[in-house]
Design a protein around this ligand. Structure first.
Ligand code: SF4
Length: 213
């Protein structure tokens, strides 16, 4: 008689907020500066449901999750409840201080977005803030800060018509940054990406060329 197996989610991507400093062309959640965040009690209710479902990994994303005022409290609650917690950041303002606060809250994995070399990343991920002249430099600094530690880091690249040709160059950049895990996925034509569909939607033939690199 086979033992009954209780189904449990392997992972959950939780868009903690839609608040973000950037206005990426491909943003699937159309994130930006003006949003209303859920309150802490609402966030705790969701965290408790994920814990009760025995979710193995919760990826805190957004928007930029570190802009959610209670992100550490939520991370701490999930970690104490037995979930692995990954913080998925765009890297803007991701200082050593934020890194240490994340560790203290129980985050054990980190993911940072990088969409190619500087000129491409900055084109795809513009910031309206004059104090952030290059979002690539911000992401690179965040990657460097985590890659120097023993903590799990992955870099995530979404692929579209504008950056598909630069995948081999991106690979070399990540090698030089000592990145061990690289997650590549196709740009999803939802949210703001839909508004830029003509510029972003890859031609399948071009993708085949890129995958042959
Ligand atoms: S893709 Fe990520 S970093 Fe860019 S606007 Fe959307 S949430 Fe912000």
């Amino acid at each position: 008689m086979p033992m009954p197996v209780e189904p449990a989610p392997k992972s959950c991507y939780w868009e903690l907020t839609r608040r973000c400093q950037l206005g990426c062309l491909h943003c699937r959640s159309s994130s930006g500066p003006d949003v209303t965040d859920p309150d802490l009690e609402a966030a705790f209710r969701i965290a408790d449901q994920l814990i009760a479902a025995k979710t193995r990994l919760v990826v805190l994303t957004g928007g930029e999750p570190t802009l959610f005022p209670h992100w550490e409290r939520v991370a701490e609650r999930l970690a104490r409840g037995g979930c692995l917690v990954r913080l998925f950041t765009n890297g803007v303002g991701f200082t050593r201080g934020i890194f240490e606060r994340a560790l203290a809250a129980g985050v054990t994995q980190f993911a940072v977005s990088l969409d190619g070399p500087r000129f491409l990343h900055d084109r795809l991920r513009p910031s309206a803030d004059a104090d952030i002249p290059s979002t690539y430099d911000e992401a690179a600094a965040a990657i460097d800060a985590v890659a120097r530690t023993e903590w799990k880091l992955r870099v995530v690249t979404q692929v579209n018509r504008l950056n598909a040709d630069a995948l081999d160059q991106t690979y070399e950049i990540l090698l030089a940054m000592n990145v061990k895990r690289w997650q590549v996925h196709l740009c999803q034509m939802t949210g703001r990406a839909r508004d830029h569909r003509d510029r972003l939607m890859s031609d399948p033939a071009d993708l085949e060329k890129s995958s042959a690199c």
